[in-house]
Design a protein around this ligand. Structure first.
Ligand SMILES: Nc1nc2c(ncn2[C@@H]2O[C@H](COP(=O)(O)OP(=O)(O)OP(=O)(O)O)[C@@H](O)[C@H]2O)c(=O)[nH]1
Ligand SMILES: [Mg+2]
Length: 184
C-alpha cells in the first residue's frame, strides 16, 4: 500500500457531502434523514477492486459553504491531492458555489497537480434546478469529470472515485483518480 491520498469534499451547505460519504463508505444513510451540519470529519476508505484492495483515501468532509461562510479554509487547498466538489441538482446556488471553489483551488494550488471531480446529488428528487447539459458544459470547460448521483443508488456512488480502464488493459485496471504520484 502506498501513500494515502487526501481528498477534500467541499461545497454548499446541505448539498449532500456527508450523505454521499456515509452512503459510499458504510451504506447506512437514508435519503432525507437529518444530519448535523458538519464541522470537520475524516473518513478513511479502502477503494477495493475486483482484484483486491488498491487504494487508501483519506476523505476530509468539510463544513458547508454559504453566503455567510463563503470560503474553503486555505489549509485544505494546501493539503489536498484531490477535491470532490459537491452540488445539489436541486439548488442553483450550490452549482454556482462549485464554480467559485474551482477558481479558489486554481488560484491557490500553484503548480501542484490535483484531481478535481464534480458530483451533483439528489437526482432522485423531482425539483431539478441544474440541468445535466449545463453542468457537463461547465465540467468540460474546467476539465473536471462530472457525475450525477443519488444516495439512493449506492452502487453508482463509486463511479466518481475510480477510473476504469478498458478490459484489454492489464491490471491494475481500476484505480483511484486521486492517487498521488508517490503512491504505488
Ligand atoms: N433525496 C436525496 N436526499 C439527499 C441526497 N443527498 C443528500 N440528501 C439529503 O440532503 C440533506 C443534507 O445532506 P448532508 O449530507 O447533511 O449535506 P452536507 O452537504 O453534508 O451539509 P453540511 O454538512 O451542512 O455542509 C440530508 O437530509 C440528506 O439525506 C440524495 O441524493 N437524494
Ligand atoms: Mg455534512
Amino acid at each position: 500500500m502506498g501513500k494515502t491520498s487526501k481528498v477534500v469534499v467541499c461545497g454548499q451547505a446541505s448539498s449532500g457531502k456527508t450523505a454521499v460519504l456515509e452512503q459510499l463508505i458504510y451504506g447506512t444513510h437514508t435519503a432525507g434523514s437529518q444530519l448535523f451540519a458538519t464541522i470537520e470529519d475524516i473518513y478513511v476508505a479502502n477503494i477495493e477492486t475486483d482484484r483486491g484492495v488498491r487504494e487508501k483515501i483519506r476523505f476530509y468532509d468539510t463544513a458547508g459553504l454559504s453566503s455567510s461562510n463563503p470560503e474553503l479554509p486555505k489549509h485544505y487547498i494546501t493539503l489536498a491531492d484531490g477535491f470532490v466538489l459537491v452540488y445539489s441538482t436541486t439548488d442553483r446556488e450550490s452549482f454556482k458555489r462549485i464554480d467559485l471553489l474551482k477558481r479558489d483551488i486554481d488560484a491557490a494550488r500553484e503548480k501542484k497537480e490535483v484531481t478535481v471531480v464534480a458530483v451533483g446529488t439528489k437526482t432522485d428528487l423531482k425539483d431539478r434546478k441544474v440541468e445535466l447539459r449545463e453542468a457537463q458544459n461547465w465540467a468540460q470547460k474546467e476539465k473536471v469529470r462530472l457525475f450525477e448521483v443519488s444516495v439512493k443508488e449506492r452502487k453508482a456512488l463509486m463511479d466518481p472515485f475510480v477510473v476504469r480502464s478498458p478490459p484489454s488493459v492489464p491490471p491494475p485496471d481500476m484505480v483511484s483518480p486521486f492517487r498521488s504520484s508517490a503512491a504505488v
